[in-house]
Design a protein around this ligand. Structure first.
Ligand SMILES: C[S@@+](CC[C@H](N)C(=O)[O-])C[C@H]1O[C@@H](n2cnc3c(N)ncnc32)[C@H](O)[C@@H]1O
Length: 324
């Protein structure tokens, strides 16, 4: 977490407790467009969507007030493709109050000027996707020069305190051996690092799952990550999530999904979906919970939004205290 005043930390904590017991979401992902300027190997999105029905910034602001999450993630598609992104942030932002605002981006359109403009508008954190510690990232994302672009941005901000940049890596069969190198890169660039878990729901590619015979190797890598975190505290992903990641790959699934209760998605037109992989058109939270969450038996992901929103209360408390 970054540059949070004590008042804001308290407000976020109180909102967390209220939402946890009131069955309201801890995290809402505003997927403000499905258009994307990348063609990632692990994702079904990519390319521009013509005539997408897009809600106004005011409408997203109203949704943020109505759902009242602790964390508002602005995602997509690629959120920086929306020309009114700054207005959307300003419509969601409340001085000294929740939500904590995170932009999830591939950073192809994020330069220092844009970074500062969006920070000024109220962004607490940029979650910048990075899947490899070198140019293999460009190929994986279909954007030449992307790795260097991210590196240049991080280096331009080096030395600044609380810059609110977290690199976000989706762990899969073809990159898990690189996790420690990613941790070293993030440390060298003075930014944080978070891990999420690959799901086949987007592309149906099951070969990206880590097979049983490679799990000891993943566990060995995770031990190195835990040691690195102990030494440097630049890795956000907690032991609870890392353990869940191994279990997810072991069983090729994770039961008790709380989509619609602990987290959910606002679509580009501001209708509601339980998650970014099961798109629906619910008009309110009550309807989503009654028609989807009450009958949800999906086990197919353990992505970061799910893993972090579904933590038991004592883990939430412990991990958040560590983060601040
Ligand atoms: C869909 S992207 C949208 C935001 C932005 N365009 C980006 O690339 O960060 C949001 C996050 O989902 C992750 N993601 C994409 N495909 C995934 C998959 N199959 N399993 C898990 N996470 C995935 C991306 O790596 C990214 O961190």
């Amino acid at each position: 977490m970054s540059r949070l005043s004590k008042t804001r930390q308290l407000a976020l904590g109180l909102r967390g407790v209220k939402n946890f017991f009131g069955k309201k979401p801890l995290c809402v992902s505003f997927e403000i467009t499905y258009s994307c300027n990348a063609r990632c190997q692990h994702c079904h999105l990519g390319g521009m969507i013509k005539d997408e029905k897009r809600a106004s910034p005011e409408k997203f602001g109203l949704r943020a007030r109505e759902l009242g999450p602790v964390v508002a993630q602005i995602s997509g598609g690629e959120p920086l493709l929306r020309k009114d992104l700054k207005d959307i942030i300003q419509a969601i932002y409340r001085p000294q109050r929740p939500p904590y605002i995170v932009i999830t981006t591939n950073a192809a359109l994020l330069d220092e000027k844009k970074y500062r403009e969006l920070r000024e508008a109220g962004v607490d954190e940029f979650s910048v996707s990075l899947d490899y510690p070198d140019e293999r990232h460009d190929k994986f994302r279909g954007i030449p020069g992307l790795f260097r672009k991210i590196e240049n941005l991080c280096l331009a901000l080096k030395g600044e305190q609380d810059k609110g940049i977290t690199l976000s890596c989706v762990v899969h069969r073809y990159n898990y051996q690189e996790l420690i190198k990613l941790a070293q890169k993030a440390y060298e660039w003075e930014v944080n690092l978070n891990f999420s878990t690959y799901t086949w729901l987007r592309t149906k590619k099951k070969d990206y799952l880590i097979p049983p015979e490679e799990l000891p190797s993943l566990e060995k890598m995770i031990r190195q990550i835990q040691e690195f975190r102990q030494a440097h505290n630049t890795i956000f992903t907690s032991d609870y999530v890392l353990k869940g990641m191994v279990e997810f790959f072991r069983h090729q699934g994770q039961p008790n999904c709380q989509a619609g209760v602990r987290f959910l998605v606002v679509n580009p037109d501001a209708q509601l979906s339980p998650c970014g992989l099961i798109l629906k058109n619910y008009s309110n939270l009550r309807q989503l919970q009654a028609e989807f969450s009450a009958h949800n038996h999906c086990t197919a992901c353990f992505t970061s939004i799910r893993a972090n929103s579904e933590k038991p209360p004592w883990v939430l408390l412990k991990d958040n205290l560590r983060a601040i």
